[in-house]
Design a protein around this ligand. Structure first.
Ligand SMILES: Nc1ncnc2c1ncn2[C@@H]1O[C@H](COP(=O)(O)OP(=O)(O)O)[C@@H](O)[C@H]1O
Ligand SMILES: [Mg+2]
Length: 254
């Protein structure tokens, strides 16, 4: 379970001005639910996810992962979540299995536990043929699968996946999508980000639309369709972006 409450993150820019990357963001992800953070590049998706994963602290607001506070209980938060980020490092000289065992050790898992976990995930993600290859020799899609397994080797109840299928071929992307669906069926709480409308439509129980650091709206695809009387998520997204812009104009005119 993820509970995000009024999260704000400001960065100091080169010119000394403050820039608000995440602006008073609130949403939640229930157990057994897949929620998509959907927005264009620069919307604040990665920043939000990094804060949830305790990579850095928010300027204000807070969030809970499985009831643990991201600021005060970082250790428990990290134990309960797996975070796949775009810049997850891989040790390319190791073989996949060695690399994953290393991370199992870091999380304090028994070797037998780690091995069972690797086996289970490798079957789900179709990784058997390259488990004993050096990471150096793997394709982009194979590496992404390794990064996913690495991030959730400790079998956490909460999964935060930043653009998990970005730049992958369709077979690998499909494989990852069905893996995420299975994780949901196992009762995980999954938050993933994308800028690909189709993927949000296919995978998410609820979609949180984010733009310029702010939440435009959130809800199931059906709810968003009903609210806007539009069918395509593309059109729905543009509708809410325009609505936000109109409201800003109206505010400035007051
Ligand atoms: N460390 C940082 N310092 C300054 N600005 C940042 C930093 N990280 C992100 N930003 C800015 O915050 C905004 C949101 O970025 P990001 O969260 O990466 O968006 P997204 O993942 O939705 O593409 C962007 O304008 C980005 O340039
Ligand atoms: Mg990003």
């Amino acid at each position: 379970m993820i509970e995000v409450k009024n999260l704000t993150k400001q960065f100091t820019q080169k010119d000394g001005e403050m820039f608000t990357a995440v602006d008073n963001v609130s949403f939640h992800v229930n157990k057994g639910e897949i929620v998509c953070l959907l927005g264009v590049n620069g919307a604040g998706k990665t920043t939000t996810m990094r804060i949830l994963s305790t990579v850095f602290e928010p300027t204000s607001g807070t969030a809970e992962i499985e009831g643990y506070d991201i600021i005060k209980e970082g250790h428990d938060v990290r134990r309960n979540l797996g975070f796949l980020s775009g810049d997850t490092g891989l040790y390319t000289r190791l073989k996949v299995r060695e690399f994953l065992r290393y991370f199992g050790d870091l999380y304090g898992l028994e070797r037998s536990q780690t091995n069972a976990r690797i086996e289970e995930m490798a079957n789900m993600l179709d990784m058997q043929e390259f488990l004993d290859k050096k990471i150096d020799f793997l394709s982009t899609g194979m590496r992404q699968k390794v990064s996913i397994v690495r991030s959730i080797i400790h079998n956490p109840p909460v999964m935060i996946l930043d653009e998990p299928t970005s730049g992958l071929d369709i077979l690998t992307a499909r494989n990852i999508v069905s893996f995420i669906k299975r994780s949901k069926e196992e009762g995980k709480s999954v938050l993933f980000s994308t800028h690909i409308m189709r993927e949000a439509e296919r995978l998410a129980d609820r979609i949180v639309l984010i733009h310029q650091g702010r939440i435009l709206t959130e809800g199931s695809l059906e709810k968003l369709r009903e609210e806007t009387q539009l069918l395509d998520l593309d059109d729905i997204f543009v509708y809410f972006v325009n609505k936000m812009t109109d409201e800003e104009v109206a505010e400035n005119e007051l």
